[in-house]
Design a protein around this ligand. Structure first.
Ligand code: FES
Length: 137
């Protein structure tokens, strides 16, 4: 074991109490849903169409699944997207598109009613937006 040097340990005649000796720290690796660094984004986007959406402070890179809703694809891929009614009423699943919006079909009437002018700012209801049946990579 490597001895940790502190100011107190440098004083002649003092020893480090055993409770203060260093112990290895193990950290749990980030789950795929929590990874938002550029390396994971590149890996996810490499070879497969995807969308990058933001919900509150979290960014998710969701692989496109033809005819699937953005919400169900995201949940199946392990992303903790917040949602509630899944019917386009509550707005809890609102996300902002950051990339890949062309993978999604046009906003539904439910989205137009709920989001109004926010649609032009890239907001979508994840429970109502569906991936196109044919997706360009
Ligand atoms: S979960 Fe309620 S609008 Fe999408």
């Amino acid at each position: 074991m490597r001895k940790q040097l502190t100011v107190g340990s440098l004083i002649t005649g003092r020893s480090i109490p055993t409770t203060l000796q260093t112990t290895p720290i193990h950290t749990k690796p980030a789950s795929p849903a929590n990874r938002t660094d550029s390396r994971s984004a590149a890996r996810l986007q490499g070879g497969q169409a995807s969308v990058r959406v933001k919900q509150r402070d979290q960014v998710f890179h969701v692989h496109a699944v033809p005819r699937e809703t953005l919400l169900s694809a995201a949940l199946a891929q392990g992303y903790p997207v917040a949602y509630k009614c899944q019917q386009g009423h509550c707005g809890k699943c609102t996300v902002q598109l950051m990339e890949g919006g062309s993978c999604l079909s046009s906003p539904t009437g439910q989205e137009q009613q709920k989001l109004g002018s926010k649609l032009t700012q890239g907001y979508r209801l994840a429970c109502q937006s569906t991936f196109r049946s044919t997706i360009q990579k």
